[in-house]
Ligand binder design. Sequence first.
Ligand SMILES: NC(=O)c1ccc[n+]([C@@H]2O[C@H](COP(=O)([O-])OP(=O)(O)OC[C@H]3O[C@@H](n4cnc5c(N)ncnc54)[C@H](O)[C@@H]3O)[C@@H](O)[C@H]2O)c1
Ligand SMILES: O=C(O)[C@H](O)CO
Length: 327
Amino acid sequence: MSETSRGKIFVTRELPGSALTRLQQSHQVSIWPHRTPPTPAELLDNVAGCHGLLTLLSDRIDERVMEAAGSGLQVISNYAVGYNNIDLAAAGRRGIRVGNTPDVLTDATADLAVTLLLAAARRVKEASDEVRSGQWQTWEPAGLLGRELRGKTLGVVGIGRIGTAFAQRMVGGWNMKLLYTSRSPQAEVDEKLGGRRVELDELLRESDFVSVHVALCEETRHLIDAAALANMKPSAILVNTARGEIIDQEALVQALREEVIFAAALDVTTPEPLPPSHPLVGLPNALVLPHIGSATDTARHEMAEIAVDNVLAGMSGQALRCEVPLA
Ligand SMILES: NC(=O)c1ccc[n+]([C@@H]2O[C@H](COP(=O)([O-])OP(=O)(O)OC[C@H]3O[C@@H](n4cnc5c(N)ncnc54)[C@H](O)[C@@H]3O)[C@@H](O)[C@H]2O)c1
Ligand SMILES: O=C(O)[C@H](O)CO
């Protein structure tokens, strides 16, 4: 299909900025009009006959969805850098290209990981709750004591784009010692940030702050389980801006209740949204945000431009601006 012939595209949510108008100029575009995602049945109905899909991380794009779209489906463009919501093997079998939106959200997400770490270290949630609930009585010498960062050991689980940007901030800002896990040696991280690649066990044992940045896949699901949490220092803080499923959340609740670790600060959970009745929401030493890592105007606008470029390229049979390699 050429970029000028009108192919059918389903977009699963409105996007910020004007990027979607570029799709509308050349194609027949239908945009899911609601704030919440289509249900699986609604998704199946809406993709029928589509040549391109522009999806969000909350849309599960499995073989059934690809089947429902039909044999004309050429491209699935995910409005996210993570693509664990898409069955890549099925896309590969069907010759469907898959796109994502890396790099433009790296700074925003690394900044949020710093925010979470600092907020947990200085007990910002408890402090703010004290003011809101009227329990703030006086300035107390030993009230709400938190943790200092300078010179402490930082453990980065998965030192990709965001993990590296986060480590740069923490090493540069607070002169932290850096340990990281990676499937391959990272000479630049070692040279520029004084990093040392270690096994996960050692990272958890030695780190004062642990931040998770690895992609979610079968090998990383519940990478941080009860045994891993037990391996951490009782004074340690765990940050997660990657995906909720990388942490065994029930084990985390127990570890926080029993003070196996000091605190956790999470931008991602299982499920999303996390119900307000979930124990993590009520725990004083857990801070939960509603998956806002990339939520800056710049990042979300640039993500939209890439996602649209990916759809246009895929529908004209070209390599995508940001293409996910398929198995
Ligand atoms: N909270 C948010 O809003 C937000 C925003 C952006 C990204 N993310 C998440 O952060 C993740 C990282 O993003 P990125 O741009 O740094 O990606 P990246 O690909 O640069 O980094 C991912 C790292 O995970 C490693 N990895 C992948 N599979 C692995 C496996 N099986 N075992 C061990 N390591 C493995 C890779 O080698 C890489 O170092 C994304 O996958 C996404 O889930 C969340
Ligand atoms: O993977 C991603 O890009 C985030 O989770 C949302 O921006």
